[in-house]
Design a protein around this ligand. Structure first.
Ligand SMILES: [Zn+2]
Length: 127
């Protein structure tokens, strides 16, 4: 009689054991999924920062080009701004090759930067 109950109990024990294993597996899978999601989130954060850095760099580039062009007395500073905005680094190269050459000095009247060779300051109009 004892032997009989042991034989009957064995399948239940196996089922119970396999259910426990399954639960463990699910928990492990869930943990792995959570870790993967966390990794993806960190990755997304990195790309977000990268994206922000690219935008900040572009804005700095546009500000540089606009100020440099107006310091050099170029009337088309806004056009150069648009060129660099649309073409990016290539636009910057084109700008650097085609801008008015010469050293920038500080204007004695308005303290803005102007070309050393220019006859008049592009900011205040003084010689
Ligand atoms: Zn000036």
């Amino acid at each position: 009689m004892i032997r009989m109950s042991a034989v009957l109990a064995l399948p239940f024990a196996i089922v119970a054991r396999s259910r426990l294993l399954l639960a463990q597996q699910n928990a492990e899978e869930a943990a792995a999924n959570a870790a993967a999601a966390g990794g993806c989130l960190a990755c997304g954060g990195f790309f977000f920062l990268f994206f922000i850095a690219i935008i900040a760099l572009n804005i700095a580039l546009l500000v540089f080009v606009y100020r440099d062009a107006s310091n050099r007395g170029m009337d088309n500073a806004v056009i150069w701004l648009v060129v660099v905005l649309l073409l990016g680094p290539l636009g910057l190269v084109i700008y650097l090759l085609s801008r008015t050459k010469g050293n920038l000095i500080v204007c004695s009247s308005c303290q803005s930067k102007r070309l050393a060779v220019s006859a008049k300051c592009p900011h205040c109009g003084n010689a």
